[in-house]
Design a binder for this molecule. Structure first.
Ligand SMILES: Cc1cc2nc3c(=O)[nH]c(=O)nc-3n(C[C@H](O)[C@H](O)[C@H](O)COP(=O)(O)OP(=O)(O)OC[C@H]3O[C@@H](n4cnc5c(N)ncnc54)[C@H](O)[C@@H]3O)c2cc1C
Length: 304
């Protein structure tokens, strides 16, 4: 997983800029801020995550002759930002506190980062709908965090519902504890670089179930199983598992961690009213934002 910090990790550092997201927007922002001499931290969820990270083949990016994978293109962008001094740290942001001059950004594994300015570049890949049983069993077997909860399932079977590198990275960590990990993929393939998938497939206690639609998470007080439908033959099956970890993407802007501190539209796009109104410490990248006076927002993708 590459997360090497304890739950109470609190860096002393106060960054000039914290960028949330390491896709094209976040990396571009970091190139500019770091090059301008600002101490820049970029937080991201997984290596090959985000809309570009999951793209298999690019051959039309100016100046970069392809074909190459989205992940490889991302690596180039990130290296460019790092060359100017930007620091990239893996960590899913779950909360922010913008109430004081020094802003706080909290990650799901309990770390707190502090910065004078925050740039939101977290894209638009959040899920809008939940599975049957997901809310009922949240915290009672359903989890969204491997680092936080995997240890509770030592020597027990679990299901991990995922589709990309973000899901794989989490599942690899969970597989260090669980007796068996069923990696349930709703689609026909995993959207991650082949080398990452190969390494994942080689884990002895992992079984990958492609084309399996989730029907329901079942249990009594705690999770007891996951009902699935195998789309290939329409057969229903029940996986007997004690835990269900969910790492799926969608098309909603990924901005839950802003917690109402920034004006949002109903579709969860960040509203920018105009330069006069833009708070001096808060910037947004285009994918999860809406410029009120310019154009509309595609409610599915948060796109300008
Ligand atoms: C198959 C496909 C093909 C495409 N083809 C093209 C094309 O040809 N041309 C084109 O211009 N565009 C294309 N796009 C769209 C393009 O990939 C996106 O517009 C672009 O990636 C958006 O960049 P972004 O940085 O805003 O978001 P993303 O690339 O989605 O990056 C989001 C970043 O935020 C991070 N993140 C999200 N939530 C959190 C959190 N809570 N905490 C920490 N980090 C978080 C992620 O880890 C990721 O690093 C394509 C997209 C897809 C899926």
């Amino acid at each position: 997983m590459g997360v090497g910090f304890g739950l109470n990790y609190q860096p002393e550092e106060i960054y000039d800029v914290i960028v949330i997201g390491a896709g094209p927007s976040g990396s571009t922002a970091a190139i500019y801020t770091a090059r301008a001499g600002l101490k820049t931290l970029v937080l991201y969820r997984a290596e090959a995550d985000g809309a570009l990270g999951v793209t298999q083949k690019i051959e039309n990016y100016p100046g970069v002759p392809g074909p190459l994978s989205g992940f490889d293109l991302l690596k180039i962008m990130r290296e460019q930002a790092k060359s100017f001094g930007a620091q990239f740290v893996r960590g899913k942001v779950i909360a922010t506190d913008f109430s004081e001059e020094v802003k706080k950004v909290f990650t799901i594994d309990g770390r707190e980062f502090r910065g004078k300015a925050v740039i939101v570049a977290s894209g638009a890949m959040e899920r809008a709908n939940k599975f049957k049983g997901e809310e009922e069993f949240l915290g009672r077997g359903v989890s969204y965090c491997g680092v936080c909860d995997a240890a509770f399932f030592k020597d027990q079977p679990v299901a991990v519902i995922g589709e990309d590198d973000y899901g794989i990275e989490e599942a690899e960590f969970i597989a260090r504890f669980a007796s068996k990990v069923y990696f349930v993929v709703p689609g026909s393939k995993i959207k991650a670089p082949p080398e990452i998938i190969e390494e994942f497939e080689s884990l002895k206690n992992v079984e990958i179930l492609l084309r399996h639609r989730v029907l329901e998470i079942v249990g009594d007080q705690l999770v007891k199983g996951l009902k699935l439908k195998d789309v290939a033959n329409q057969e229903e099956k029940l996986l007997e598992v004690n835990g269900v970890f969910i790492f799926l993407g969608g098309t909603k802007p990924s901005v839950d961690f802003l917690m109402g501190q920034v004006d949002m539209t109903e579709g969860d796009c960040i509203v920018e009213r105009g330069d006069d109104d833009l708070r001096p410490w808060s910037f947004r990248s285009w994918r999860c934002s809406l410029h009120q006076y310019k154009t509309g927002c595609d409610s599915r993708r948060g796109r300008l």
